[in-house]
Design a protein around this ligand. Sequence first.
Ligand SMILES: [Zn+2]
Length: 439
Amino acid sequence: MDTEELAPHVEEIARALGDKLSEEKIAEELARYIDVYRLSIPMAKRTIVKRYGGDTSGFETGFQRKLAELRPNEPVVDFVAKVLSSNRKEVTAKGEKKEIVFGFLGDETATVPYTAWNTEGLELSKGEVISVRGAYTREYQGRVQVNFGNRVTIKKEDPSTIGDVQVAQGPPRVVQVDGLREAMGYVEVKGRILSVEPREVKVQGESKRIFSGVLADTSGKVQFTAWHDFELKEGEVVRISKGTVKAWRGIPQLSFDDRAEVTKIKEKFPSIEELQRTGVRMIAEVASRGGAADASVRGIVVEVRDGSGLIMRCPECKRALQKGMCKLHGRVEGFPDLRVKAILDDGSGAVSLIIGRELTEKLADITLDEATQRAREKMDHGVVSDLLEERLTLKAITTTGSITSDQYGLSMIVKDAAFATVDVKQEAEKLLVELEASE
Ligand SMILES: [Zn+2]
């Protein structure tokens, strides 16, 4: 990806970050996320802004999104969808006769009606998959309608870039939290709200208040977003009917708006404390509590950071040496150690991980001796960090340990770690393939 192409994105990130990071550094980071980690441009931009504590709300428009996430009156929307129907008809607009193309589009989350106002050279056939940039939305008969105007670009995609088209209508499927999967249409779940916080996002340049948090039952926890104020309160038990499920890198998230039915229920249900003790927690929920004594989180390793790999430690105080020097003890004969510093993101938030030797050996499938051997052969410690980066980046893992919070965000000294279930990994990989294919 060349620098010129990335320049406008660098500027946008710089605006969102204020003076937190130089443009030069932003350009470097962005190139790395795109070329090395193979993230899509929007995903890379958001990750960087999030990581350095900027405001990502301005990035919400113009992102490639699922159809279920589209709202009326958005000036710019990008998405990938399948053409479910395509019809031509002549209409009279402003006294002039013109031809329009209209029909339905679908993806794994919803179907929406569309209208194309410029039909010259436009060929849309049923069954085709298209990626769309710069469409806009209106409301028509109570539902979102997508419009292709002058600024739209439509690209044909390989049909395999999209999963089964979902018609989100009919009765919702009643599931437990751990049964939530992308592409299941309307769902109904019951759970206790472990946390909920209002958030401002920009929709068509206007601020909109949405509510996100964590919902739990005995089977698991899920990050949710409510696009309507249902006056949800922490601790309440609710039944949410007609929600939809989208996935962030394979991790399901619950989304619902004013079409959903939310009922507060008063029946026996496990307490917040009981629900927290079981299973994996969402990073956002841990963050809202300022940390956790002992928690498991599951997410994607979005970055293996500098300082990972083979390091030398001071024999006296165990500090990592910098160029053979200990801060306290000066020049010493160090002993080798292996560690990973990484960023884990579960879609609700991110946490810095510090993974010690034993777990690093297990996850990266290399022993300290083998690592030392390789570094010696190549006369370069960098080969080990490269290998760790290659083996861990963008993998789904579950980690357990205490999570603390400071001005730089959350961090966890990992006590236990394992690759997440095959299920999640496959979903994440599938999604990654889709992301890459749709660029
Ligand atoms: Zn020392």
